[in-house]
Design a protein around this ligand. Structure first.
Ligand code: ADP
Ligand code: ADP
Length: 228
């Protein structure tokens, strides 16, 4: 699914965000990316989304080599990826239904099929009863559920999440993690950058730890490993 070989990223400012990263993330894996602030976690994620290009190395996502990829191909790459952010990033003037439907790639699908799909993903995140609600009327945890529904509505092979529980209390964070776990058990690969020690230590998933731009630890059933 994701393959990095000797990937480095040096920003134009000269700051070395990642050095010589070689890692493979397979189909159906659930991976936490951890490390101190400034370690390179966001850069790692931005490279996968092709928001940034590596300075050197080889990077393949969903069978596409990102270095050689022309920019007109980027939308096709992103269609295979679902993205969840710390701050939800919902459209404030659209309902829950429209936030999810708006993200849907309507490829010859009828309005009826679209409604079915939107309702299915809202069911999966437990928010079907909120379809006509606006984001401002929802709690943080509910907004994040909508964001997750939006991320999976196109059936992406990979869901990328950057600090998805960063604004949530521990109990709500745990509910959100259960949603990610369900999505993962359905076969979707999950890559999540996080500072949430409690969640990482409880989930016992693969942990990739980055420090100063290098992978310093890669554990199968890992722990967070830092003091928060
Ligand atoms: P993390 O997500 O682990 O906090 P980042 O990937 O954001 O780490 O940052 C890694 C390093 O790269 C830091 O030194 C940071 O200051 C630098 N950096 C990140 N983004 C940029 C950018 N757009 N331009 C220049 N330097 C950046
Ligand atoms: P996070 O805490 O999520 O890792 P950061 O605080 O490191 O995020 O970065 C926030 C934003 O600022 C990101 O878009 C990152 O690319 C950018 N950024 C971080 N460090 C620098 C830097 N040294 N110069 C320019 N932009 C930066």
């Amino acid at each position: 699914m994701i393959y990095m070989n000797e990937v480095s990223k040096v920003y134009s400012s000269g700051s070395v965000a990642l050095s010589d990263i070689t890692v493979e993330i397979g189909k159906g894996e659930f991976v936490f990316v951890v490390g101190p602030s400034g370690a390179g976690k966001s850069t790692f994620i931005k490279l996968i989304l092709r928001e940034e290009l590596p300075t050197s190395g080889r990077l393949v996502v969903n069978g596409r080599s990102l270095l050689e990829m022309p920019s007109n191909q980027v939308p096709y790459l992103r269609r295979g990826l679902g993205i969840v952010f710390q701050d939800y990033r919902l459209l404030p003037n659209k309902t829950v239904y429209d936030n999810v439907a708006f993200a849907m790639q309507v490829i010859e699908s009828s309005r009826r099929e679209m409604q079915k799909r939107v309702h299915n993903v809202l069911d999966l995140v437990g928010l079907r009863h909120k379809v006509r609600t606006y984001p401002s009327e929802l709690s943080g945890g509910e907004q994040q559920r909508v964001a997750i529904a939006r991320a999976i509505v196109n059936n992406p092979a990979i869901v990328i999440a950057d600090e998805p529980t960063g604004n949530l209390d521990p109990e709500t964070s745990w509910e959100i993690m259960k949603v990610f776990d369900t999505i993962n058990k359905a076969g979707t690969t999950i890559v999540m950058a996080t500072h949430d020690k409690t969640v990482v230590d409880a989930m016992r998933k693969r942990v990739i730890a980055i420090e100063k731009g290098r992978i310093v630890r890669d554990q199968v059933k890992g722990v967070y490993g830092y003091e928060n």
